[in-house]
Ligand binder design. Structure first.
Ligand code: CAA
Length: 259
């Protein structure tokens, strides 16, 4: 598939695909076409049996500096309602395979929201996270008030959303927004390490486990526990469960096939 604003490498490494946001002059501002391309790429990688984990990254200056302000500037509420761009974002959230955001530089507004829509975030030391929409007379619209608050708690989320202040990679780590911080020159390698580790696991149980963790954000405890239990039982329908447990007993490394 030909993309204008992203670069996709389905076999970046064995079982690991890479999507690079690629509007460097605009700090990877997320225009409608880029988001559509991203959604299409994720749908295609989700169907690709040779992909077990996906990394989304930008470049050293920016993961993404937000939704494209120039594209939105003159729009009316009804224009936005008709375009319904966040429908595309919902599709990203529905990706079944794990997605790691490898973030360096700015992850602001929609860029921070995109990173939070991914399942894990690995950051370079220069990463800056923020929801600065308040400074341009709006507010987060792609999950920022919800996902940020769930991730880092009300106090800091409220401050970030109401003042637009950025937090550093280390503050993001301390507050639970991200998984790890490494020097800028290895942030992608570190994300790849994590992706490789996950790719060694059974794709069936990875999928069911991802669904279950996400359910913790979307339901009460009892419903979440039932959901988890069903998915746990479902793992026993897979050959990978037999292989995983047999390998443990035989003291060898399992060879998971995703079946
Ligand atoms: N949309 C469109 N263009 C953007 C952009 C954005 N979100 N962010 C940066 N750019 C463009 C700039 O306009 C500039 O283009 P020109 O060279 O043509 O002028 C280019 O990228 C480089 O940016 P700067 O010159 O501003 O770079 P800087 O290093 O001085 O500042 C920055 C970097 C602090 C990130 C600054 O660009 C900035 O504040 N960007 C906007 C951040 C923002 O408000 N994001 C939220 C957007 S709204 C949103 O995301 C809504 C939602 O919830 C979905």
């Amino acid at each position: 598939m030909n993309y204008e604003f992203i670069i996709v490498e389905p076999q970046f490494q064995t079982y690991v695909a890479l999507i690079r946001l690629n509007r460097p002059k605009e700090l990877n501002a997320l225009n409608l076409q880029l988001m559509l391309e991203l959604k299409n790429a994720l749908v295609s990688l989700d169907e690709n049996e040779n992909v077990r984990c996906i990394i989304i990254t930008g470049n050293e200056q920016a993961f993404a500096a937000g939704a494209d302000i120039k594209q939105m500037e003159s729009k009316s509420a009804i224009d936005l309602l008709k375009i319904d761009q966040f429908e595309t974002w919902d599709q990203i959230r529905k990706t079944k395979k794990p997605i790691i955001a490898a973030v360096c530089g700015f992850a602001l507004g929609g860029g921070c929201e995109l990173a939070m829509t991914c399942d894990m975030i690995v950051a370079g030391e220069s990463a800056k996270f923020g929801q600065p929409e308040i400074k341009i007379g709006v507010m987060p619209g792609a999950g920022g008030t919800q996902r940020l608050t769930r991730a880092i708690g009300k106090a800091l989320a409220m401050e970030m959303v109401l003042t637009g202040k950025f937090i550093s990679a280390y503050e993001a780590l301390k507050s639970g927004l991200i998984n790890r911080v490494v020097p800028d020159d290895v942030y992608l390698d570190e994300a790849l390490k994590l992706a490789n580790e996950i790719s060694q696991m059974s794709p069936v149980s990875v999928r069911l486990a991802k669904e279950s963790v996400l359910r913790a954000f979307e339901s009460g405890l009892q419903e979440g526990l039932y959901f988890e239990r069903k998915n746990f039982y479902m793992c026993f329908a897979s050959e990978d469960q037999k292989e995983g447990m047999k390998a443990f007993v035989e003291k060898r490394k399992p060879d998971f096939k995703g079946k």
